[in-house]
Design a protein around this ligand. Structure first.
Ligand code: IMP
Length: 219
C-alpha cells in the first residue's frame, strides 16, 4: 500500500453516532462513524491537487463508476475544477463519463461483475481516463473493469478510489490514488450502499448486525 494514503488501523473504534448528525432512519443500523464527511472532503481536496499536478494541461476523461462512486466523483471533480479556475497558468480540460457495474448482494461479492449501463465506451479511444471508484475490496471489480477499458484503446488509464479495504483474498490490486486504507469491515454512506440503502448518509459508517438484517435480500 502506498504511503500516500491514510491508514485507518484495525483497532480504530471510530466516532460515536451521538457526536455527529446521522439520519434518524439509520440510527439503529450503524456501529460507528469511521470517516466523518468533513474528513472525506479534506482528503479529497488533496487527491484533487495530486491529480491536477500529475495531469497538468492534458485533457482528462473522468469515468464515474456508478452508483457507489457518484459522491466521491462529484466532490473530486468540483475540487479539480476549482483548481482549474484559480491556478491561472495550468488547467485540465475535463470530460465526464459514467459506467454502471454490479457485483454485490448483501455484504458478499457475487463473484460476477456485470456492466449494466452507462456511456458507450468506444468514446474512450485515445483519451486519458481517470476511473473514479468508491472502494476496492478484493480488487476483482477494478481488474475486470480495467480489462474492459483496455479493449477500447484509451491513451492512459489512472484510477482514484476513495477507499481500499485491507482484506485477505485481495488480488493485490492498488489504485493510483487512494483516500483511505480501511480495516476489513462493511462500510456504508457517502453513496456506498448495502442493498441500495445508506447512500443518503453523509459519513462513512460501519453497518451493524441490525442494519444487515433489516435491509437483507432474503429470497
Ligand atoms: P471488489 O471487486 O471485491 O473489489 O468489490 C468492489 C465493489 O464491491 C465496490 O465497487 C462496491 O460496490 C462493493 N463493496 C465492497 N466492499 C464494500 C463495502 O464495504 N461497502 C459497500 N460496498 C462495498
Amino acid at each position: 500500500m502506498s504511503e500516500s494514503s491514510i491508514r485507518i488501523p484495525d483497532k480504530y473504534s471510530g466516532y460515536a453516532l451521538s457526536h455527529f448528525c446521522v439520519p434518524k432512519h439509520y440510527e439503529d443500523d450503524l456501529e460507528d462513524i469511521m470517516i466523518p464527511w468533513g474528513l472525506i472532503q479534506d482528503r479529497t481536496e488533496r487527491l484533487a491537487r495530486d491529480i491536477f499536478q500529475d495531469v497538468r494541461d492534458e485533457p482528462l476523461t473522468a469515468l464515474c463508476v456508478l452508483k457507489g462512486g457518484y459522491r466521491f466523483y462529484t466532490d473530486l471533480l468540483d475540487k479539480i475544477t476549482t483548481l482549474n479556475r484559480s491556478h491561472g497558468s495550468v488547467s485540465v480540460p475535463i470530460n465526464v463519463d459514467f459506467i454502471r457495474l454490479k457485483s454485490y448482494e448483501n455484504d458478499e461479492s457475487t463473484g460476477q461483475i456485470r456492466v449494466v449501463g452507462g456511456d458507450n465506451l468506444s468514446g474512450l479511444r485515445g483519451q486519458n481516463v481517470l476511473v473514479v471508484e468508491d472502494i476496492i475490496d478484493t480488487g476483482r471489480t477494478m481488474e475486470k473493469l480495467l480489462a474492459i477499458l483496455a479493449n477500447h484503446g484509451p491513451k492512459s488509464v489512472r484510477v482514484a478510489s476513495l477507499l481500499v479495504k485491507r482484506r485477505q483474498g485481495s488480488t493485490g490490486y492498488r489504485p493510483d490514488y487512494t483516500g483511505f486504507e480501511i480495516p476489513d469491515k462493511f462500510v456504508v454512506g457517502y453513496a456506498l450502499d448495502y442493498n441500495e440503502y445508506f447512500r443518503d448518509l453523509n459519513h462513512i459508517c460501519v453497518i451493524n448486525e441490525n442494519g444487515k438484517k433489516k435491509y437483507a435480500i432474503t429470497e
